[in-house]
Design a binder for this molecule. Structure first.
Ligand SMILES: *Cc1c(COP(=O)(O)O)cnc(C)c1O
Length: 457
């Protein structure tokens, strides 16, 4: 059947506000044309991020009430630990308050000056934590992963020959670990194949380098493997997930994505000695080893969420719904990164708005137009987020593309919301010449996209 149906029904609702374009224009002025400064209650459909924005199930809420808040050895902890061990097979399971806390502990232990960490593409907090330790973060995604139009099925793959060249250049002794991000968030939510993970593992083994996964979207990655990788069609997602983790020495996970919760994270390891040191750091800044910066009720919600995310009817709906959004935009003549990724659609705002030069921020201009026209909030991944001045020449350094990301929260919006987004973008496409560029009037030195103020040109 063609209709994509949500494999759940709705038990609790939250009204969202339908404002008029005139009201939204005033809200935009008040927010200085920066969607981060718009109050969430003035947003109709919020596609800012898929992180921590999931709707929980009735079983997760039931778990919240059952949560055991004992300081040590709580029942909720043992449930969480056994679920994570069953899914990942890892011997050490450390709860953290979110993904970046796992990263901080891992890189404090394994990073440091003179060290290098390769990844397919570092997520921004991962890169920041590698660099904070004094180490250098390097992205080694395959070339196809940088080409927006190519329909390679696994654009998240790490390039094995680049990895070998890199090891030869800097020396295996200076590479404490290699990371692979599944799915590759910063590379467009693109999956990594099992064959690629095996190849990377073989290279790491040959040089005594540990392999870690940044596994925030492990279930979406496994489902895309099942759909796209030869020989995987008849296996369960759970089996594929286990194969992915079996190839790794450990993993960092933000439960705010495939954990289907609003807060939480995990650090996974096999090495007993390293895990003992990690536990000491965990106690120092997160909390005791059986709660790690979370309440017992959070551990219950995570235990339940990590099981629910492996439901293949859910994953089918999830991946298909994102793909459907991508197809709708392509049909409307809106250029996107192809094929659609697991959790988001990335619009190529630079080619969509050729009349707006990069210095007038076409991505930001599209965000403003989308909110004014339809009340939809998205995020710019382009010159606002990554543009900076070269400290020596003073020249502006720009990212390769001006993108707008529509990230889809899990189980929150229905197919009619998705149809509305397609309709809004289709209408904008017919009047896009009227969209105006922006200039920055005020911006902080770092992470300017969060608070910068703009004016229309
Ligand atoms: C979200 C994310 C992180 C960081 O997790 P937080 O929970 O936001 O700290 C790390 N890596 C990837 C790929 C992510 O998507």
């Amino acid at each position: 059947m063609k209709t994509i149906i949500e494999p759940f029904r709705i038990k609790m609702v939250e009204p969202i506000r339908l404002n008029t374009p005139v009201v939204r224009d005033q809200i935009l002025r008040n927010a200085h044309y920066n969607p981060f400064l718009i109050p969430a209650e003035s947003v109709l459909i919020d596609l800012l991020t898929d992180s921590g924005t999931s709707a929980m199930s009735s079983e997760q809420w039931a778990g919240m009430l059952r949560g055991d808040e004992s300081y040590a050895g709580a029942k909720s902890w043992f449930r969480f630990e056994s679920v994570m061990r069953d899914i990942t097979g890892m011997s050490h399971i450390l709860p953290t308050h979110q993904g970046r806390a796992s990263e901080r502990i891992l890189f404090e232990l394994l990073g440091g000056p003179g060290k290098f960490v390769p990844n397919n593409t570092h997520f921004d907090t991962t890169r920041a934590n590698v660099e904070h330790s004094g180490a250098t973060a390097v992205d080694l995604v395959i070339d196809a992963g940088r080409n927006p139009k190519g329909r390679h099925p696994f654009k998240g793959n790490m390039d094995p020959s680049k990895l070998q060249g890199f090891i030869a250049d800097v020396g295996a002794e200076n590479i404490p670990l290699c990371m692979v991000t599944v799915t590759n968030n910063s590379g467009g939510g693109q999956p990594v194949s099992l064959a690629n993970l095996r190849e990377i593992r073989r290279i790491c083994d040959a040089h005594g380098i540990k392999l870690y996964l940044d596994a925030c979207r492990f279930a979406e990655n496994a489902y895309l493997i099942k759909m796209r990788e030869p020989g995987q069609q008849d296996r369960t997602v759970k089996e594929i997930v286990r194969d992915m983790f079996d190839l790794a020495d450990g993993a960092t996970i933000s439960a705010k994505k495939d954990g289907l919760v609003n807060i939480g994270g995990v650090l996974l390891m096999r090495d007993d000695v390293l895990a003992e040191r990690a536990n000491n750091l965990l106690i120092l800044t997160e909390g005791f080893v059986t709660y790690g910066g979370l309440a017992g009720r959070d551990l219950e919600a995570m235990a339940q969420g990590f099981q629910e995310v492996l439901d293949e009817d859910y994953l089918h709906y999830r991946i298909r719904s994102v793909e459907y959004l991508g197809e709708g935009l392509i049909k409307a003549g809106v250029p996107i990164i192809e094929p659609p990724g697991g959790h988001a659609i990335y619009i190529d705002a630079g080619s969509f708005l050729p009349h707006i030069p990069a210095e007038q921020f076409p991505g930001q201009a599209l965000l403003v137009a989308l909110y004014r026209h339809a009340g939809i909030r998205a995020v710019e991944i382009g010159s606002v987020m990554f543009g900076r001045k070269d400290p020596t020449t003073g020249e502006t350094i720009r990212p390769p593309m001006e993108l707008v990301r529509l990230a889809i929260p899990r189980r929150v919006y229905t197919q009619s919301h998705i149809d509305y987004v397609i309709e809004a973008m289709t209408e904008l496409a017919t009047t896009k010449e009227q969209i105006r560029g922006l200039k920055i009037v005020e911006a902080p030195q770092v992470l300017r996209h969060f608070t910068a103020k703009f004016a229309e040109v």
